[in-house]
Design a protein around this ligand. Structure first.
Ligand SMILES: C[S@@+](CC[C@H](N)C(=O)[O-])C[C@H]1O[C@@H](n2cnc3c(N)ncnc32)[C@H](O)[C@@H]1O
Length: 340
């Protein structure tokens, strides 16, 4: 196993090398995938329904172990989160004890944590792994054991993160959770971050911020189409968008501002459609993710940041306003009303 551990260590160091951009690190992301899919007990079974084993919680959908495993196949997402988590741990390092990381929704590979176990000694950082699905937790713990990294694990908890009570003597210094879908819809990221940060307000949160913005977008100018025999660099698209404004942000400040709010709605923004509005534009939502520090995910970097047409296809009458709110519950999402 030492040679695999050495390989994983080399890959992790390469991922964390600051001079390299995410596109340069695709081979490392692929190598991570090969190691994890080869070693883990959990196997993606192509004959199985990919949704089998998912759990619809009262805070949103906990995706199936198969879909959680497949997150590994989104290279920019994975690389940016590993880098951001490393920086958050670096900022939290302290001489008197190891940094405590709570990893809510570890999936079957504890993908964001395991590479960092090879570069930070366990005297510097330990991880508590939590997942609602026992199958994920068992697979992640077994993988860590196989790699000889079990000393980095402070605990493994099978629980709903929105109900988990953090032990008073084990408050985390860093909370990491990637339990979201594009536009913060359907999955429980908002409720998880809110519940955990309320118990550990000093903790660094990874992602640090997820926000959703509204824009008008001309779909014809989003991408540059090149012929199949095109040689050389693909020119950057000259996008044609009108930004309308930020609707919603999930970050520490917003979570603090919701502290005394009950009910199933969180406040969100209001935007006005310009008057007149030209026919080439459609309303879209953009998801912006600041993982931590300068580690960000931009439009189209991964499934979480693909611009989404605004649902319900509202009549784009110039001058109308759209008032949004964030609906909590089993199908959380941003909703809106059209106002005159
Ligand atoms: C998108 S996957 C992420 C897997 C892995 N952390 C990664 O980044 O590749 C989300 C994971 O969170 C778990 N999960 C979702 N909601 C949860 C909740 N309320 N409590 C605990 N785990 C949850 C799911 O079971 C799944 O394993």
């Amino acid at each position: 196993m030492n040679s695999v551990l050495d390989e994983l260590t080399a890959i992790s160091r390469a991922i964390l090398a600051p001079e390299r951009g995410l596109p340069d690190l695709i081979p490392q992301a692929q190598a991570l995938r090969d190691i994890f899919e080869e070693l883990a007990h959990f196997r993606i079974d192509h004959g199985r329904d990919i949704g089998a084993g998912e759990t619809r919680l009262d805070c949103g959908l906990a995706i199936s172990p198969t879909l959680a495993a497949m997150c590994l196949r989104e290279p920019f997402r994975t690389l940016a989160f590993i880098r951001g988590l490393a920086e958050a741990i670096g900022d939290a390092l302290r001489p008197e004890r190891a940094v405590r990381v709570l990893y809510a929704g570890c999936g079957p590979y504890a993908l964001l944590a395991v590479p960092l176990m090879t570069v930070f000694p366990r005297e510097q950082v330990t991880f508590t792994l939590l997942d609602i699905h026992q199958e994920c937790l068992d697979s992640a713990l077994a993988l860590i054991d196989i790699l000889g990294l079990a000393g980095h694990v402070a605990g493994g908890v099978c629980a709903d993160a929105t109900r988990y009570e953090i032990p008073a003597d084990g408050k985390p210094d860093v909370i990491v959770s990637e339990t979201m879908a594009v536009c913060l819809r359907n999955e429980p990221q908002v409720s998880i971050a809110r519940h955990l940060l309320a118990q550990a307000p000093e903790a660094r949160m990874v992602p640090r911020s997820v926000s959703v913005e509204a824009c008008l977008l001309n779909g014809d100018r989003e991408h540059v189409l090149v012929p199949p025999d095109h040689l050389g660099e693909i020119p950057a698209p000259e996008r044609d968008r009108i930004h309308l404004g930020k609707l919603f942000a999930l970050d520490a400040a917003a979570i603090r501002s919701w502290r005394d709010m009950d009910g199933d709605r969180l406040p969100a923004g209001r935007v006005r459609i310009p008057d007149p509005v030209e026919g080439r534009y459609r309303p879209y939502l953009l998801t912006r993710i600041v993982v931590y520090g300068n580690h960000r995910l931009h439009d189209y970097d991964c499934s979480l940041t693909v611009p989404q047409p605004l649902r319900g296809k509202p009549q784009l009458t110039g001058g109308v306003a759209l008032q949004f709110h964030y609906k909590l519950g089993p199908r959380p999402q941003l909703e809106y009303e059209v106002q005159g």
